[in-house]
Design a protein around this ligand. Structure first.
Ligand code: AR6
Length: 169
């Protein structure tokens, strides 16, 4: 059984075996959590990302997939980068958001990570409604067959924290 805990704050201050990044396909950085992780984690993360782009992900990391790099100076061993879907009013992309959480846990299992910190993927720049994003995150972690012992959702603001709190009940 994976324990789920909620924390309100900055994910770059969290310690865990693996910290998940809400990246974009380029893997070369951006705003939001992505920007914060690269800033605090230092250049080693970007260096690994560039290597991934030069090798197996020449066209970038597809939406819904996950890949690990060093965590640089973060209090973690790895950063797991995953690319969430952009919210659409006309198309149901839930399966892709589910896939982000599932693939991130699969990556964590491959690494041997037992504690994993997640942000609320896609709920910022990518505009996914927070309540639905929270529901998908919690349902997917609960349904996962994983050796990860503890998942911590690190929510940036109170609104996100409360949405995850409701989703957990
Ligand atoms: N710690 C925890 N959560 C955070 C932090 C932080 N330091 N900063 C923001 N959040 P976003 P997305 C919350 O935009 O929607 C980037 O440019 C934020 O409030 O980081 O998946 C990437 O490069 C929101 O609830 O990611 C992509 O281009 C959640 O984290 C794009 O944004 C996700 O917001 C990805 O968009």
């Amino acid at each position: 059984m994976t324990t789920i805990t909620l924390v309100q704050g900055d994910i770059t201050r969290q310690s865990a075996d693996a910290i998940v990044n809400a990246a974009n396909s380029s893997l070369l950085g951006g705003g939001g959590v992505d920007g914060a992780i690269h800033r605090r984690g230092g250049p080693a993360i970007l260096e690994d990302c560039r290597k991934l782009r030069a090798s197996q992900y020449g066209r970038g990391l597809p939406t819904g997939r996950a890949v690990a790099t060093t965590a640089g100076e973060l209090n973690a061993r790895w950063v797991i980068h995953t690319v969430g879907p952009v919210w659409s009013d006309t198309e149901d992309r839930s399966e892709l958001l589910t896939s982000c959480y599932r693939e991130s846990l699969l990556t964590a299992d491959e690494l041997g990570a037992r504690t994993v910190a997640f942000p609320a993927i896609s709920t910022g720049v990518y505009r996914w409604p927070i309540d639905d994003g929270a529901r998908i995150a919690v349902e997917t972690i609960r349904a996962a067959d994983t050796a990860v012992e503890e998942v911590t959702f690190v929510l940036f603001d109170q609104q996100a924290y409360e949405a995850f709190d409701r989703a957990l009940r």
